[in-house]
Design a protein around this ligand. Structure first.
Ligand SMILES: Cc1cc2nc3c(=O)[nH]c(=O)nc-3n(C[C@H](O)[C@H](O)[C@H](O)COP(=O)(O)OP(=O)(O)OC[C@H]3O[C@@H](n4cnc5c(N)ncnc54)[C@H](O)[C@@H]3O)c2cc1C
Length: 418
């Protein structure tokens, strides 16, 4: 027997997809009639004042639409930096000049930026603020969810304390290492981590004009994303041994290595550089779950697909899941159908699985193609980038992908209520 009142939906994970899902399931500003409970490992104080971890997200215009509908964007807007152009280069580390092979004005036809850069702690705090003002979504925290059991017509979720909660549907938004995915015996296709992503925030004396730069270096991509207040966010890919050395370097040595990777032109345009936050390193493994749903169970965000940051799309794809799952469940609920039945959940799976798999696999291929010093390969990829830069339709394709407007997109990503 359950220790608590039964909810329609239990969301496990109070992270960057779990919390938006619970808001979206309540229909954004409109009440969908579904009752939602979030089981979060982080307590209220950790959620409201999250630590800066050096990560920043290039949020697509469609992710912005969703966050706007959920009332989150208004808490982020002043700290969101429009990314107005992207320059891509491909060179060896020793080459101080990094010629731009592809330049994109990162604007949609409407003139709006295709992406905005927001720091992880800013987004987390904004979500917590929205929750602080809502009493229609129950958040139970801090809790450690250890497992679940599917029973006739419901699912029972177990906590480490031995307590249980029941619902008609369980959504696992418990991150890349999802324990619930393992409990559900869902297999994954894995690409183990051979590279690490080092993140850091750098302040500079001259304006960046919203320009993002991605240098493809032999150790992997090195990205410089514009932030507000004359700062940039670095995501720098290295092999494991060197990555751990980088995080331990003193500040001067670290900045010297950063300048070397940025190349002469970018360093000259940004002016004096200094560290403006912590440095961190994350393993860049990738995985895709073979199934996204089972009876009374659905995977969301990184629990369903852990992507390489190479195209900065992990969270954007997670927010696409959010909008697709919310739309599927709200539609089913309005029609009086069982939201936890496999046949309803399969609509969500069909919508999202192929998209995420195709994208993750293409990122694996792109990363292997670029993290390579072979001269022939380099000529081929540079030819490809040059071609893309000279074909307006190819550039539009990139901008639409960055904006998240390609493919069949759920209503909330267009800023529409379900
Ligand atoms: C270096 C780096 C750079 C990135 N850059 C970008 C970028 O530019 N753009 C982009 O779109 N994405 C980026 N990403 C990806 C992005 O961080 C993830 O896609 C996103 O955080 C996934 O959100 P999530 O809610 O699915 O998982 P998470 O954010 O991992 O949240 C999972 C939540 O589940 C909770 N949890 C786990 N286990 C339990 C349990 N047993 N019980 C209760 N709760 C539990 C955790 O405490 C956590 O709150 C980047 C990632 C990395 C590593």
């Amino acid at each position: 027997m359950s220790d608590h009142e039964m909810s329609d939906i239990l969301v496990v994970g109070g992270g960057l997809t779990g919390l938006p899902l619970a808001l979206a399931l309540r229909g954004g500003a409109q009440d969908s009639g579904l009752s939602v409970t979030v089981l979060s490992m982080e307590g209220p104080d950790d959620r409201l004042a999250p630590e800066m971890d050096g990560r920043a997200f290039a949020l697509s215009a469609s992710s912005k639409n969703l966050l706007q509908l959920l009332g989150v964007w208004e808490h982020v807007a002043d700290l969101a930096q429009p990314m107005t152009s992207v320059d891509i280069s491909d060179s060896k580390l020793a080459e101080v000049i990094r010629p731009t092979l592809l330049h994109m004005d990162n604007e949609m036809e409407s003139g709006e930026p295709a992406a905005f850069v927001v720091e992880a702690h800013v987004l987390r705090a904004a979500l917590a603020k929205v929750y602080a003002g809502r009493d229609d979504i129950k958040v139970i925290s801090p809790v450690d969810v250890t497992g679940f059991e599917v029973l006739p017509g419901k699912v029972e979720v177990k906590l480490a304390t031995g307590e249980t909660h029941t619902a008609r549907l369980l959504v696992a938004a418990d991150g890349r290492a999802s324990n619930l995915r393992k409990v559900a015996k869902i297999q994954t296709i894995d690409w183990p981590a051979s590279q690490w992503g080092i993140v850091a925030t750098i302040a500079h004396s001259e304006p960046h004009h919203g320009r993002a730069v991605q240098h493809f270096l032999p150790s992997g991509p090195f990205a410089v994303l514009p932030l507000t207040d004359n700062r940039v966010s670095l995501v720098w890919t290295e092999q494991g041994d060197f990555a751990s050395k980088v995080t331990q370097m003193d500040d001067d040595e670290f900045l010297a290595q950063v300048r070397l990777r940025m190349g002469e032109e970018l360093v000259a345009s940004l002016g004096d550089l200094s560290l403006a936050g912590p440095r961190n390193a994350f393993p860049l493994s990738m995985l895709v779950a073979r199934d996204y749903v089972k009876e009374r169970f659905a995977l969301l965000g990184d629990a369903a697909h852990g992507m390489h940051w190479i195209a900065g799309q992990g969270l954007n794809y997670g927010l696409r899941d959010v909008a697709a799952l919310a739309e599927t469940l709200i539609d089913a609920h309005r029609l009086g159908l069982d939201i936890g039945s496999l046949s309803q959940l399969q609509r969500y799976e069909q919508w999202r699985r192929f998209d995420s798999f195709a994208f993750t696999a293409s990122m694996v291929a792109l990363n292997s193609l670029f993290s390579n010093e072979n001269t022939l390969l380099r000529s081929v990829r540079d030819f490809g980038l040059n071609m893309a830069g000279n074909l307006p339709f190819a550039k539009n394709l990139f901008v639409n992908e960055a904006a998240g407007t390609s493919g069949t997109i759920p209503k909330m990503l267009k800023g529409e209520l379900v």
